[in-house]
Design a protein around this ligand. Sequence first.
Ligand code: AQP
Length: 329
Amino acid sequence: MERIFSGIQPSGEIHIGNYVGAIRNWVRLVDQYECIYCVVDYHAITVEYEVALMQRRILETATILLACGLTPEKCIVFVQSHVPEHTELAWIFNCVTPIGELERMTQFKEKAKQHRQNINMGLLDYPVLQAADILIYKAGYVPVGEDQVQHVELCRDIARKFNARFGLTFPEPQVLLSAAPRILGTDGQAKMSKSMNNTIGLLDPPSVIWEKLRTAVTCPHREKRYDPGHPEHCNIYTMHTAFSKPDQLEYVEKGCRTAAIGCIECKEILSKNMIEELIPIQDRVKAINEKSHYIHEVLTSGADRARAIAQKVMEEVRTKIGVKFRPQE
Ligand code: AQP
């Protein structure tokens, strides 16, 4: 079975962009691949964060993954810092990665603008650690949202550079995109993002989901009720493609183009579908939270399983780069 790796940062409230762009796709892949999914806490410390909140965020993120269907029977779920081989391999990859490649990464440029007072090495090095996350398991596929495609391309470059210098060791992993790889925020401007205050949270109650959708930006062409719209320019329609059935999709698509329906009716249909899909996840989160030790047990055994793979690969890497002592003759 081919192997998949992907990760999610415990950097805030998990939102429907994370869900339809990544997590829901991860769940669909567990029957076809050996899947390893990680809460990437060391990535989340590259920006300012509340130390006192971190542990809760890690557990909350892992609980959501489980509630979405990523159970230990189906895949490995663990926390990045519990398997230190990730950071060890990242150091070695640092030594084959040109700084210029990192400086041209879109995410680095955006985050550097957002966090001018704290442009640290970790922010620049983020994609190298991500490459180590993937390659420490020799994963062949990486299911991510569109924003992460450039980083996976860099990961392929790093694998190629390492292989060229030290001998064939790593695969060149490929991206697997979901059907909705880029959800904009409720502001309709930027990517829905934990740090942008433009999210619909996976755990938001129905009334909050509706309020956020009701006030969300729609197609700019529909200034008045009878202006026809362009669904391809509307983030609400993009969300419909992720949550609505084909006949409903056709209804809102035609209704928008001909102005037969207004934005509020369109949003009501979306809200109903979104809530229907999210309520069972929210119920499972509550059930997992009632068994307080369960999530800790899952993460401990997940880390054990991940570490067993990672340690073998690190042994191979240490040998290849010439630092591992050979037995004395
Ligand atoms: N808006 C989005 N649409 C589709 N996919 C998305 N992803 C994130 N936002 C969207 C995908 O979710 C996975 C986990 O992302 P992450 O938490 O590791 O990092 P991120 O991409 O930086 O997510 P955020 O929400 O924007 O977090 P912050 O604000 O902390 O930077 C990834 O596969 C990502 O593509």
